[in-house]
Design a protein around this ligand. Structure first.
Ligand code: ZN
Length: 243
């Protein structure tokens, strides 16, 4: 099976469409959550996930906030403003879809969590100690997470006590054997490692590989939509630099 792995779409429909085209034919779509929040097209992104039959599809912290199940006080000012805007945009069908999603699940030999297997909604897996600790919180060979918006791989070799971490760049391929892996494909809609292109992953369960990808998209189109929606300038500007 060739599987498209997306995360942190954040209502950036232009980026999501570019990813779907760039990925080409796939047998399944797995979504690691935060489909909405920050971006200008929350309804359309939820609808595209439904059309593509994304399964598993997870709920992230922004999704929780945008369906009213997480206090907006947990967010900084710009994220809160965008979440309030999103709450008003979503219809009942979008809310009930997002509300039906788990924050963590497993399929085959893969665990999926929005943030981390230890703390599925909030934890940032962005350093060796946190990555190492999280290997004790899943049993499978591979765990896929999102949330940090940075494509990276943590590897725990057999007999090793401590994981190693490396960023994932466009075209990096990993053989998912001989060790255990915690992988973040990066963010479709708001990448944060100074590469503005939309990040995603392709997992091949027959070849047991994960490949990191980047899809260029029309950033200015998304920015134009954000400005028209009155979303905060800070959120608009960061898309240009990928931070
Ligand atoms: Zn996010």
């Amino acid at each position: 099976m060739r599987i498209l792995i997306v995360s942190d779409i954040h209502a950036n429909l232009t980026a999501l469409r570019a990813v779907v085209v760039h990925a080409g034919p796939v047998d399944a779509v797995w979504n690691l959550g935060d489909t909405v929040g920050y971006g200008p097209r929350p309804r359309e992104c939820v609808e595209l996930m439904m059309q593509l039959g994304a399964d598993p599809s997870l709920m992230g912290n922004h999704d929780l906030a945008c369906i009213g199940e997480l206090s907006l006080q947990e967010f900084n000012d710009v994220a809160r403003y965008a979440a309030e805007w999103t709450v008003a945009e979503l219809g009942d069908e979008h809310r009930s879809y997002l509300g039906s999603l788990p924050t963590t699940t497993s399929i085959g030999d893969v665990t999926l969590a929005h943030a981390s297997p230890r703390e599925p909604v909030w934890e940032y897996v962005d350093c060796v100690p946190v990555a190492t600790a999280n290997f004790r919180h899943f049993q499978s060979t591979t765990c896929l997470v999102g949330h940090t918006h940075r494509a990276m791989i943590a590897t725990l070799e057999p007999e090793q006590q401590e994981a190693s971490i490396a960023p994932l760049r466009d075209g990096d391929a990993v053989q998912l054997e001989g060790a255990r892996f915690l992988i973040n494909p990066g963010s479709v809609g708001q990448p944060r490692n100074r590469d503005p292109r939309a990040a995603f992953g392709i997992m091949d369960t027959d070849e047991r590989t994960f490949t990191a990808h980047r899809a260029a998209y029309d950033v200015t189109e998304t920015q134009r939509q954000m400005e028209a929606a009155g979303l905060p300038d800070l959120l608009v500007a960061r898309l240009s630099i990928g931070m």
